[in-house]
Design a binder for this molecule. Sequence first.
Ligand code: DAK
Length: 260
Amino acid sequence: MEFSNILVERKADIFIITINRPKALNALNSETLLELSAAFDQVKEDPTIRVVILTGSGEKAFVAGADIAQMKDMNPMEGRRFSQLGQETFRKAELLPQPVIGAINGFALGGGCELALACDIRIASDNAKFGQPEVTLGLTAGFGGTQRLPRLVGSGLASEILFTGEIIDAQEAYRIGLINHIYSKETLMDEALALAQKIAKRAPIAVQLTKSAIQRGSNTDLDSGLAYEAEVFGLVFSSEDQKEGCSAFVEKRPANFSGQ
Ligand code: DAK
């Protein structure tokens, strides 16, 4: 598929998706969501991709939200469809076998914050800003923010962010656990790539099963999550990489994982 609102780039095992509407601060309209959805489908079908990095183009924004110009005149049915499209697209990121790193390079507001929340790992530049300003527009968060933000930072902090629409800076986002690391904007992508490369060197099946256990566990009770973890743990023993990884340790040599 040809993309006009996103850029995709392959760097060895790593797939970089850049939302590319800098004139609208990378706001998500339906077309951009459809392209993002197609890119996630492409990643899912390609086992040679080990890690995905998601970022925004330009100096100012990761994603400044859902496209307000498009939403302005929506009727309720169009609103519901738009919300479903965003939710389905973001869910694809979570359900990808490969880890997704959000490299948040500026404003991550509304749908942009929600897209960041759907990434497995979030790192940000020091100029990043986060918030759910929907209530300032007479809207509710519609791409998962009311569900994922409380799960990540707790109900009290999420409620304050969602009820006030206040924007927080990278330091505050770091303090509340919304992001893992803060870097200068010049080094953010290098750091994202270094993190992606570190993950890409590990046994891919083990990494992917770990992601699936984290995802499964965050949506279930502890006992069901532990039962799933035990199944996954058993399953890795069918991989060549398990034999290689454990043998390499015993033989005191570096492991050479094949992804099988
Ligand atoms: N949508 C469309 N265009 C946007 C945009 C957005 N979210 N954000 C910025 N832009 C456009 C601006 O209109 C401007 O376009 P031109 O006037 O140049 O044509 C250009 O990007 C540059 O923006 P500014 O001139 O405003 O740049 P500043 O540096 O002065 O300000 C800003 C940056 C990020 C503080 C400001 O642009 C801003 O406040 N933007 C809006 C941020 C925001 O409120 N985002 C949340 C959007 S609401 C739902 C489904 C989804 C959602 C909700 C419900 N259901 C269906 C239920 C999701 C909602 C949202 O995400």
